[in-house]
Structures are given as C-alpha cells and as structure tokens.
Design a protein around this ligand. Structure first.
Ligand SMILES: [Zn+2]
Length: 236
C-alpha cells in the first residue's frame, strides 16, 4: 500500500507563501502555469508550529522531520533554506527561531493513472493533469516500471504531494511528527466533474486543447454531435 502525505490544513493552521521571487513559465499547449521559486523561501506559519506543511506547490519540514529522514537514510528529496515568520494571510509577524526547510520531493513514479493503470487525461506537452475532464472516480495508481524506487516520491504531474510506502509511513508515524495525514492513494477521490454548458463555453472561447476535448468525449461530458455543432458555430 502507498500513501499520499498531506498536512491537516485548515483556516487556522497552515503555511502561507510570503513575498517570494519566482520564475514563471506557461505551457503554450494547455495554458498550465509553472512557478519556480528563487532564493531563500519566505513563508508564514499561522497558529501553532508543526513539523510539516503542504503549501500549494511547496512543502516545508521542521528540523526534527529532517533529522528523522536522515537517520533512516530515506531517499528521494532535496531541501533548501527558508525564512519562516509567524503571521497570517494578511500580516507578517515576528521571525520564527526554529529552523524549517523547503522540502522538494525528487523521487518519481510517472504520470497519475487510474486504478486500471491508464494515465488520467493530461497535456501531451507538459504532462499537466486537467482539473475538469468529467472523470469522477476513486483511487489512483502508478506504473511500477516508471517508479524510480525512492523512499519519497511523487507523480510527475502531481509533484507537490509526496507519496510514501507503508514502511516509510510507519517510521514517520512512530516518530510522532505533527501535522501529518496519510491517505491511501487507492482511496483518493478524483472529482473532475464539469457541466456540458461549461465545456461548450470553453470550446467557444478557444480555451480547450485537443487532449481535453478527447477527455470530454471519453467521459460523456459531450457527444460527438454536440462537439461538432459547437465547432461549426465557432467557424461562423
Ligand atoms: Zn501543457
């Protein structure tokens, strides 16, 4: 069994991005936006200090967490320095004395697949998984041939959420690290529902790439006829 490693995110407990320098790239096929932070990562922690935060595209871990990873010789991650502050969404407070590290999972297991091992609809150019494909299902899986064997790893197109084996999960759980929440990857609910009208609207606006339209046909959001009617309207 494999598990996603989430935090216990809520409105009073989270880490928030704080004035970081970044590079931005946009995929010219699907419009996906990719952000790479530059320099020391600044962030704020709301509420009590915990050992792990999953903050959108980036995770941060405490020194205690890092020591446990090192002590067990776990592979599949990189760390870099951060400047943590207390604070909330609108305000930056005092600096935090405890050390935190930006935590980047480098282990990989290929593209996100459904439980039959078929990759979920994604951009052929950048691999981004589309959020509104019409697919509603439970559970994801990976192709074992694409898994590099790292202790900590992630899907290529869901690279912000770390995945661990049962064995690694047990070590982390026993280490009493705070703010960790494990969810079996085969129980993850994928809800990419979209209404027909919205899909048609996106085609009308020229905001749907071919892979996305294929997914809408595959998962019954649109029929061939509805698609063709919309495409001929677009031409007029
Ligand atoms: Zn793309």
């Amino acid at each position: 069994m494999y598990y996603f490693m989430f935090d216990n995110h809520n409105s009073k407990n989270q880490a928030i991005d704080s004035h970081n320098d970044y590079d931005r790239e946009i995929c010219d096929n699907c419009g996906g936006i990719y952000i790479t932070y530059k320099g020391i990562y600044n962030f704020r922690i709301m509420g009590k200090l915990y050992d792990y935060y999953l903050n959108g595209e980036s995770s941060v871990i405490s020194e205690k967490f890092l020591n446990i990873l090192k002590k067990n010789g776990f592979t599949g991650y990189e760390i870099s320095g951060t400047t943590p502050y207390h604070g909330n969404v609108t305000m930056e407070g005092d600096p935090i004395k405890e050390k935190y590290y930006l935590f980047k999972v480098t282990g990989r297991c290929g593209l996100v697949c459904d439980m039959n091992g078929e990759p979920l609809p994604h951009c052929k150019k950048c691999g981004r998984r589309f959020p509104f494909t019409g697919l509603v299902t439970t559970g994801v899986s990976f192709d074992t041939d694409s898994y590099d064997g790292s202790d900590l790893f992630a899907f290529e197109n869901m690279s912000n959420i770390p995945i661990v084996s049962e064995e690694v999960k047990n070590v982390l759980s026993k280490s009493k690290l705070s703010n960790l929440r494990f969810e079996p990857i085969n129980e993850r609910i994928i809800n990419c529902a979209i209404k027909r009208e919205r899909a048609l609207k996106r085609i009308e606006e020229g905001m749907a790439c071919n892979e996305l339209i294929e997914a809408w046909l595959k998962y019954g959001v649109l029929t061939e006829q509805e698609l063709n009617e919309q495409l001929s309207k677009n031409e007029n």
